[in-house]
Design a protein around this ligand. Structure first.
Ligand code: ADP
Length: 259
């Protein structure tokens, strides 16, 4: 339907890529990258050909979370070959600059870097390209959402973030550019004590589900604040691949099935 009408029809598609799904958040630090990585890997377990594009130019996380080091090659001198791990292709600004180099580019340079990472990367045939969006809902995000023919967006939020209406801003941003929002994932929804198993609702709980209902959006699922999620994603062995039978991995797969 989106090819037939609306602004989406004018946006050039990325060659070989069937659908692009954005993972976004109203602000940083809510677990957007962790969700994007695990969602990409979960989609891959559903037998889809998957890639992940780290569009977080200023704070790329995907090299670390996907456990990939090195530099992408360019056999023809024009296109970049994406890196790959766990059967998922990956491109990130993090592969092209040193980890401790601060990015001080201005908006237009960021935009051109992003379109290069989309169009000058030889993604091959992909069923889904997951885009780890830059945090926030400013100009860069809006342009990104406009530039790329997105099939839809997943909004990641912590319970208190919802209270601050940041996720609602994200929803409005995508609505503005006619991108369907698949729904909300509530991250860090409760804390599971690794010693005694006690559940503490540090940031409150259930806010995203209620807010999603109010906004007429789907609630895609929730993930607790759990040391295992942090350790696995920060060490490059995300929980979906390192502990595929864990309840958290299953929660990510359940989200992937809804996307
Ligand atoms: P964002 O992309 O929104 O800035 P990240 O995905 O980089 O956030 O997550 C920020 C930090 O929080 C990372 O160290 C990550 O491992 C950790 N983290 C994310 N989600 C969880 C979770 N559910 N439980 C524990 N730690 C988490």
């Amino acid at each position: 339907a989106r090819q037939a009408s609306g602004p989406g029809a004018q946006r050039p598609m990325v060659p070989g890529v069937k659908a692009i799904v954005a993972v976004a958040s109203g602000k940083g630090g809510v677990g957007k990258s962790t969700t994007a990585t695990n969602l990409a890997l979960a989609l891959s377990t559903l037998k889809l050909k998957v890639g992940i594009l780290d569009a977080d130019i200023y704070g790329p996380s995907q090299p670390r979370m996907m456990g990939i080091t090195g530099r992408p090659g360019s056999p023809d001198g024009k296109t970049l070959t994406p890196m790959e791990n766990f059967g998922v292709k990956c491109m990130s600004m993090g592969f092209l600059i040193a980890e401790d180099t601060p990015m001080i580019w201005r908006g237009p340079m960021v935009q051109s870097a992003l379109s290069q990472m989309l169009r000058d990367v030889d993604w091959g045939e992909l069923d889904v390209l997951v885009v780890d969006m830059p945090p926030g809902t400013g100009d860069a995000q809006l342009t990104m959402a406009q530039q790329v023919p997105l099939a839809g967006a997943v909004i990641v939020s912590t319970p208190q973030d919802i209270a601050l209406l940041d996720a609602r801003k994200g929803l409005n941003m995508f609505r503005k550019v006619d991108v369907p929002v698949f729904g909300i994932v509530e991250n860090m929804s409760l804390y599971l004590c690794p010693n005694c198993g006690h559940e503490a609702h540090i940031f409150g709980h259930g806010g995203a589900r209620k807010e999603a209902e109010k906004l007429g959006m789907d609630f895609l699922g929730e993930l607790p604040l759990d040391i295992e999620i942090r350790e696995t994603s920060d060490s490059g062995r995300p929980i979906v691949v390192s502990h595929p039978d864990s309840p958290h991995a299953k929660a990510y797969v359940a989200i992937a099935e809804k996307v």
